[in-house]
Design a protein around this ligand. Structure first.
Ligand code: ADP
Ligand code: UDP
Length: 237
């Protein structure tokens, strides 16, 4: 197996072919973006941290019986993954209010949501990832009823596993975004789970330890990711 041709370069990761048509190499770059790519920066060490972070979380999810695309680490910044046919939908679960739900509904940040809430967004930067629902997903044939049900079920199962994992490290899992794809007709968790795609607050002080530090110019972005990794016991050389 060797690094092949880049087939896709997104805002933070690059995908490469491998000798196996069913597998891809996912390379995590230091590039960081927010506001659908309108705010960009290079954050030194971020690619390496996110690669390790993602590997750790994906392994925990696999242990809990959640099917994921993650195979194994290849290098500091690269992992081998199953090649998925991505479903162009983002699945978001929120345990506490923050971000777009506050802007849309005019509610304060930090309100506990019981039960946690679920939203679908269309993955489309030009349209600023508009919110969609099950009916739109069906009518535009982005996913089947069975796929929709499975994405919801798996996204909530991820919450059950990760809320406890982070809480044990003194961290609140505020919200997160997941992407799924099809692998030989099975719906599988793809993309990444890192502080780039979720909100994590210190449980005692509610200090932000995620990409909101970048969005809101709070500084110490990579240091916060490293702090979360340290508390979870993720070794990053
Ligand atoms: P974006 O495309 O949003 O700028 P990234 O830079 O993170 O984001 O690029 C990663 C891309 O790879 C995303 O478009 C994601 O949907 C896609 N992807 C993630 N996992 C897989 C996979 N296992 N197989 C194929 N595509 C994947
Ligand atoms: N999110 C993401 N990618 C996106 C949109 C959102 O990873 O394109 C994550 C975001 O980091 C947060 C959660 O999904 O953890 C919910 O995001 P929200 O809808 O609040 O949007 P935002 O305020 O980030 O625009």
């Amino acid at each position: 197996m060797h690094t092949g041709t880049p087939i896709y370069s997104g805002k933070a990761k690059t995908l490469y072919t491998t000798d196996d048509p069913d597998k891809l190499i996912m390379g995590f770059r230091d590039d960081t973006s927010a506001f659908d790519g309108r705010k960009l920066a290079q954050l030194s060490r971020k690619g390496k941290i996110n690669n390790r972070f993602n590997a750790f979380i994906m392994a925990k999810l696999a242990e809990a019986g959640i099917p994921t695309h993650f195979e194994h680490l290849l290098s500091d910044t690269e992992s081998l993954v199953k090649k998925l046919h991505m479903i162009p939908i983002e699945c978001v679960v929120r345990n506490l209010t923050a971000g777009s739900v506050c802007r849309r509904l005019g509610v304060k940040e930090g309100i506990a949501l019981d039960p946690p809430t679920f939203e679908f967004f269309l993955k489309n930067d030009e349209l600023h990832d508009p919110m969609v629902n099950d009916y739109l997903i069906r009518s535009f044939n982005w996913a089947s009823d069975a796929d929709i049900a499975r994405m919801k079920e798996l996204t909530f199962r991820v919450n059950a596993v990760l809320k406890d994992l982070f809480f044990a490290a003194g961290i609140l899992l505020v919200d997160y975004k997941l992407e799924f794809g099809r692998y030989h007709n099975e719906v599988v968790l793809g993309d990444e789970f890192t502080p780039d795609g979720c909100r994590l607050w210190d449980a005692a002080t509610r200090e932000k330890l995620d990409k909101d530090r970048f969005r809101q110019d709070l500084g110490g972005v990579v240091e916060a990711y490293e702090e979360v990794a340290r508390r979870l016991g993720i070794g990053i050389q």
